[in-house]
Design a protein around this ligand. Structure first.
Ligand code: 13P
Length: 261
């Protein structure tokens, strides 16, 4: 069955509890009457407002933007997987390119985080993607392949199939410069090949791959429907609940259309 994900990464936005609560009021209004058979919405707010996001509409699950791999202890400023789990978080974004860039995260650390998210029965949304310079040097395939091999190393098939991958080319984040439909479709193929080599076809088919980077509802055909991607990871546009719900509606329509073919 087709299954799509629309993930809102709210990043370091909303500067007060009041702002977060206004956002939630609008989100509840926009999505209150909607039911989805094929689409899961996920919203990852700042940790500070996580408790306010307990009462989300049924179709939208609570996510987090990052996590430390250890359960508890002397790790000043970090957030533990068990804290997230106990707070009702179901999905954790890890390895976002902004964390790689500003916090120096490596594939090895992200691999550790991935194992930890799974250990505490949450779902990792793990980000991969190349820089502009790497793409221009013809190295996109090599970078993506290397990232997947490290991130999925030592995972059992049962663990691997729970992971969601988000392909976010760094140069498309926050820029309104997008890869072409065929560039995204090509990455989808590369991911498929590497995962099939590492595991098997059945496992590969269960691993959802999303596209992220300057996504808007009007671009869904170009970045998702025609590329084989199973959803989107959205930054700026997720700050508008109306847009987020619109994307969920469009994915639902696309899934219904496919179910009739
Ligand atoms: P934008 O949608 O703002 O380009 O951000 C994408 C992103 O980084 C989502 O995680």
């Amino acid at each position: 069955m087709t299954r799509f994900y629309v993930v809102g990464n709210l990043k370091m936005n909303m500067l007060s509890r009041e702002e977060a609560s206004q956002y939630l009021t609008v989100l509840r209004r926009e999505s209150s009457s909607k039911r989805y058979a094929y689409v899961t919405g996920i919203i990852a707010p700042s940790f500070l407002y996580s408790a306010q996001f307990d009462d989300l509409p049924k179709s939208i699950k609570k996510g987090a933007q990052n996590m430390f791999p250890e359960k508890s202890g002397s790790y000043t400023g970090e957030i533990s997987p068990l804290m997230l789990k106990n707070d009702g978080v179901e999905y954790v974004i890890i390895g976002h390119s902004e964390r790689r860039l500003y916090a120096g995260e490596t594939d090895e650390l992200i691999h550790e985080k991935l194992l930890s998210v799974l250990k505490y029965y949450m779902i990792p949304i793990v980000c991969i993607g190349e820089t502009r310079a790497q793409r221009e040097a013809g190295k996109a395939e090599q970078i993506i392949t290397g990232q997947i091999r490290t991130l999925f190393s030592d995972l059992s098939k049962l663990q691997a199939e729970k992971v969601i991958i988000a392909y976010e080319p760094r140069w498309a984040i926050g820029t309104d410069i997008l890869p072409t439909t065929s560039e995204i479709a090509e990455v989808r193929m590369i991911v498929r090949q590497v995962l099939t080599e590492m595991f098997d076809t059945a496992t590969e088919e269960r691993i959802a791959v999303l596209y992220g980077g300057s996504v808007k509802s009007s671009l869904l055909p170009q970045v998702a429907f025609e590329t084989g991607m199973e959803g989107v990871l959205v930054g700026r546009e997720s700050l508008f609940p109306y847009e987020l719900v619109k994307m969920m509606n469009l994915f639902e329509e696309e899934a219904i259309r496919r179910s009739k073919i």
